[in-house]
Write a protein that binds this ligand. Structure first.
Ligand SMILES: NC(=O)c1ccc[n+]([C@@H]2O[C@H](COP(=O)([O-])OP(=O)(O)OC[C@H]3O[C@@H](n4cnc5c(N)ncnc54)[C@H](O)[C@@H]3O)[C@@H](O)[C@H]2O)c1
Length: 332
């Protein structure tokens, strides 16, 4: 299946197809210098499959994990591009999960003020969410995504076959983002996730999630308003992530974050579906520390923060909440 992200001159196509990694050369312009950015946890067979289709590949393998979204990695990748004489007509491929995509996309946005970027996401989370929409970023001073750019890829290749090598925990972490989209925007899809096993038809889960994401991004590319809905669970989720010392995965933190801003009825439904996919519904992290992290978060504007609240499944409200009120919600 092919989906289009319609953003005027920044429009692009997403190909979702089993085995499509094998046809990268037909789908992407690889007859030029291509920097493949990937990480140490990505199975070698995927890296080989892509690099052998490139005419002139340069491969950079960053350490797996969130810490690679750093200014040091950014600098190293820019140095590689300069040392290999990459020009504006060359390209970068991000082959990996959200970490690789965010990092490689940000390098692509900055190098020579922007060179072509192709995203080949290999985790469920990145296939249903982070590879589409053009948000790229690195972390600094324990603050997630604080330095970044909106920079759309030229094309996204999604091969569900690569998910077979993911750990069970990673698979669940990705499902958390699908639950997030369904909870705010599509009650039927939420029922599918609740009543069926998402893994029986993962391609459909990817497509349904992407349709929600694309519809939002097309209306609000730079997150001036509507796109904030995609942050459901992220305000507190990011703060939990920053305090979990790497013990919790991104999707697990989002799962926890969603429970703070839901009606009682929604919370019950969320807890049930989260448990079904082995996602956490409780944390013993110190709420005061989490609150302090939120204050550092870029989404806090003055003494207010915009939170996404879900009153009924499939609907959402954006609420500008004073920080003092947020604190009392958290203490509840
Ligand atoms: N840009 C956006 O719009 C957006 C949206 C959501 C999340 N994110 C970001 O995404 C990041 C999280 O992404 P993630 O959950 O994909 O984690 P990740 O990129 O850290 O990948 C998780 C782990 O899975 C391994 N892996 C990846 N693909 C594999 C495969 N096919 N087989 C086996 N192992 C594989 C990786 O090596 C890594 O160790 C966070 O930094 C988050 O901020 C960005």
């Amino acid at each position: 299946m092919r989906l289009k992200v319609d953003l005027a001159e920044n429009s692009y196509e997403i190909l979702i197809k089993q085995g499509c990694l094998k046809q990268a050369a037909q789908e992407l312009n690889l007859k030029r210098k291509v920097l493949i950015v990937t990480d140490s946890g990505i199975p070698k067979k995927y890296i080989d499959l892509i690099s052998k289709q490139c005419e002139s590949p340069v491969i950079e393998i960053v350490p797996q994990g969130e810490n690679s979204k750093s200014i040091d990695r950014f600098t190293n990748l820019c140095s590689t591009l300069i040392e290999n004489n990459f020009t504006r007509t060359d390209a970068i491929i991000g082959l990996g999960g959200g970490v690789v995509g965010d990092l490689a996309g940000f390098v692509a946005a900055c190098y020579m003020r922007g060179i072509d970027f192709y995203n080949i996401p290999t985790t469920l989370l990145s296939q249903i969410d982070s590879s589409v929409g053009g948000k790229t970023a690195i972390n600094m001073k324990q603050t997630k995504n604080i330095v970044g750019a909106f920079y759309q890829p030229k094309k996204v290749l999604i091969d569900p076959d690569v998910l077979t090598t993911l750990s069970d925990r990673q698979k669940s972490s990705g499902i958390a983002e699908a639950i997030k989209m369904a909870a705010t925007s599509n009650a039927d899809f939420f029922n599918v996730l609740s009543e069926q096993d998402a893994w029986q038809n993962i391609e459909e889960v990817i497509v349904e999630s992407l349709k929600i994401k694309i519809a939002v991004v097309e209306q609000d590319e730079k997150e001036s308003d509507l796109r904030k809905v995609l942050n459901f669970g992220h305000t507190i989720g990011h703060a939990i992530e920053a305090n979990s010392a790497g013990k919790l995965q991104h999707g697990e933190c989002i799962a926890l974050g969603m429970l703070y801003f839901s009606s009682d009825e929604v919370k019950k439904k969320l807890e049930s579906v989260l448990r079904k996919y082995s996602l956490p519904t409780e944390t013993d992290l110190d709420q005061e520390r989490i609150y302090k992290s939120i204050l550092h978060d870029k989404k806090a504007a003055g003494d207010q923060i915009t939170v996404v609240y879900v009153p009924t499944i499939g609907n959402f409200e954006l609420i500008d909440m004073p920080l003092a009120e947020l604190k009392s919600v958290m203490n509840k």
